[in-house]
Design a protein around this ligand. Sequence first.
Ligand code: PLP
Ligand code: COI
Length: 342
Amino acid sequence: MKNSEIDWSTLGFGYVPTDYNVRCYYRDGKWGEIEISSSETIEMHIAATALHYGQEIFEGLKAFRGKDGKVRVFRPEENARRIRESARGIKMAEIPEELFIKMVKLVIKLNERFIPPYGSGASLYIRPLEIGMTAQVGVKPAKEYCFIILVSPVGPYFKAGFKPTNICIMRDYDRVAPKGTGRWKVGGNYAASLSAGEHAHELGYSAVLYLDPKEKKYLDECGPANFYAIKGNTYITPASDSILPSITNMSLMDLARDFGMTVEQRHIPVEEIPTFDEAAACGTAAVCSPVGEIHDLDSGEKFVIAKDGKPGPVTTRFYNTLSAIRLGEIEDTHGWNMILDL
Ligand code: PLP
Ligand code: COI
């Protein structure tokens, strides 16, 4: 695809073909050489564990073209750490941080022309994934793995952009089990969320707000993002074993402290929803997407959070601050950006 064919300012969150992806294979107990590929397909055994037993984990991070022309990647070492935890979680080969970072830098450099320009509001989404390659019919972990990183220029995850959207609670679905795989970024978690997600979309909601799968008493997270609420000067976000430890949420908690707010990571009972001044879904793809209303589809209750239909002041400040840090417009006091020398 030619760059001139991409309208950066209207990009949604989807797959755009780029020039290259990078790959590395784990065989005989060690990772091999990094390979550069211009193919969008892979060859794999029809009995590979990724295909039969869901041995697939992935990550999501973004690179930005800054005001000064430099390219910044947001906290890649945290994604490297989390994919290792995911690997440990479902018995896959762990990717060393050094290899992860080297491949992230390489895939960005190779696809530099797809990094959206400063001011477009878009970014380069980086999607690392690891899959089990060994042919196996018995339920056992693979011995061989493939680690791939592909990239795609993206715009906002929710079509509305930075505008409040409505989300819903549905007790008929869980995406993960109480002691299951929710704290890891395992493909199967997303497969388990598709049915609820589609149902919610058909009803006009942007996402499902899942409850804790054990008691269905507490807020957990949204299908593709964590959840937070603002109450006065307090930032509240769920503490739960069944949600993904979000790097965006972790960063927002730091920003909230920088803003002099109190941060509470704790159980949030459903009954607390009417006390929220603001709420949002947060994540790499979602950034911080303000919540307009939360509808409980079982009780029929409708909670209006964004009373004037606009993003709240705290979420707006978070969004603008995060964006300014990533674009090099303000000082990166926490040292979150990895600046690339392309
Ligand atoms: N929760 C889920 C289920 C996700 O898929 C994501 C996206 O990565 C997040 C939370 C947010 O995590 P992060 O901020 O690290 O992207
Ligand atoms: C991300 O925010 O990077 C995600 O992985 C969420 C979703 C696109 C699956």
